[in-house]
Design a binder for this molecule. Sequence first.
Ligand code: GDP
Ligand code: CA
Length: 307
Amino acid sequence: MNVVALSGGVGGARFVRGVADVLGGDDLTVIGNVGDDVEVLGLHVSPDLDSILYALAGLNDEERGWGRAGETWNALAAAAELGGEAWFRLGDRDLGLHLVRTQALAAGEPLSAVTARLARELGVTTRLVPATDDPLRTWLDTAAGSFPFQEWFVARGHADEVDAVRFEGGDSARPAPGSVEALDAADLMLIAPSNPYVSIWPILAVAGVRAALEARRVPAVAVSPLIGGRAVKGPADRMLRRLAGGTAPAHVTGCYQGLVDALVVDEADAEELDGLGDVRPIVTRTLMRDESARRALAEVALGAVAA
Ligand code: GDP
Ligand code: CA
């Protein structure tokens, strides 16, 4: 069975790890968000691709939720002592990856090729493809002004309420090699329990990717990032309340109109299933607190293909 999953960082990475564990990595392609990529200290950082890569390679820090396990912070501390920027946390081991990627990009290698190479070096058999090799950057419009994603999220602690989300470069971004081909060959399409607005929409901003989902002849299943109407972490619930008018399952599927056939929702939201229309709810426990919970959720999502 060929499966393609669209994924952001932390929530997405946990989920795709579960899917890879249940399915086998070879049968999975993950299309990762690059809207929150950022230049820090002259390095190209792709936070979501890296969260996915580290999770699939088993190198991620489960407690912190992002970055590598066993991390140290000497290089960043040294940079800060020298007046360098230190607002974006980069660990020593993590920096190794950013150095390799930045050098390859500077030498003209596309992001998708570098990403494939990094995955191979880490022994990851799942194909990880960025949504696009072209520049695509998420911007947030707020009452305090417009900010690039990381400035809003990290530097300002996502405290500003968001009035609109924009994707600079989205109109001209072409799908990265392998993404549309994987979608066309898929038996099942999955949307991870990621933030719809800032993790999945920037992927769907790539017209070719969106078109491949719209034209699907196989089921597409999204997993809600909300439990009891609340985000496990981050601003997804606040954004849904403000931009979609609520945090029920129907507000989540409203972000994916025409793109999903089923929504996996938590038991805590089972009383709130009105307004889903053609989208079939699948109720289960969705908190991925450990490996077995991750696998159980993946099994439910993968099971949608048989139903
Ligand atoms: P980011 O790119 O690091 O912000 O990560 P994502 O967008 O992929 O994931 C963030 C979303 O994951 C948040 O909205 C969380 O509510 C959701 N999330 C995190 N852990 C879980 C979990 O265990 N279960 C579910 N259902 N959602 C989760
Ligand atoms: Ca992200």
